[in-house]
Design a protein around this ligand. Sequence first.
Ligand code: DOR
Ligand code: ZN
Length: 344
Amino acid sequence: MTQLVIRRPDDWHLHLRDGEMLRAVAPESARHFGRAIIMPNLVPPVVTGAEAAAYRERILAALPEGAAFTPLMTLYLTEDTDPDDLARAHADGLITAVKLYPAGATTNSASGVRDFDKVRPVLERMAEIGCPLCVHGEVTDQAIDIFDREAVFIDRVLDPIRTTTPGLRVVMEHITTKQGADYARSGGPDLGATITTHHLVINRNHILVGGIKPHYYCLPVAKREEHRLALRAAATSGDPTFFLGTDSAPHTDPLKENACGCAGCFTATNTMSILAEVFEQENALDRLEAFASLNGPAFYKLPANDATITLTRGAPVAYPDKIDTGDGPVTVFDPMMPLHWRVT
Ligand code: DOR
Ligand code: ZN
């Protein structure tokens, strides 16, 4: 196969940041994607409907002239979130989902949730109105090894929340383990899971062997090879539970190449070429459209995009090592393999 036409893909988990960084990275996502779920972990976070509306305007202003890209906004769940404000923003179509960060789990998560009982009324309201909860699924307990934090979160936090809040629709964001994929698969139609591009490519050796590689460090951290293979099987299966959320998360090089480097891989620029390569390696090119363009809208009860993109196989694709931003350079994720599929 040398040409593949698929519905225009969407990115169901994206960090666009703000200011200079937003202006530099928004066009990278708008080039290929029709819509994206926009993460609210700004400093300060996007907590209210009014803040989401203002952020949405800043994103639209940062898009290139004529870009056909719709930002789907989210609110950052705090222990003080007002259920009425949330419900109003959802009813107005201003927000598509709400994001749960356990406090301290990742970048800019300090305002997240410490005591899950405190957000129970908000979660019950979300179940009532059909507003999905996007979950960063890692416990923050210092006693739990970082490589086990996703699996422990499922048992200690996620499963109890889902049991006590029937009808709550949940997306397990950026799953990184076989346990995550298995739990998502068995959760019925109210449970979905996003998988990033980079977790289909790297395992923990890529971060740590032969010198520390800060540009492969993200959260949840990449796990053992058996987990990467489980994610590849899930993503390429066609199972509607699984869909693309790149978690493309730009940080400038000085903040990554640092004694305490930030977590995040920036994949917006080359994601579609990487995914096509991965799906080709798995003999699953015919299921790329389900993963990147169909399963996500189906979970969110939105129509798939009408437009299509064409992927063409040929000589290795050239893409920049870094993109320039007004805040400094941002390194583009290096998949360590030639990419033969370009979006035309
Ligand atoms: O690697 C990550 N980067 N994981 C997250 O959960 C947050 C993100 C960011 O905002 O940089
Ligand atoms: Zn993220």
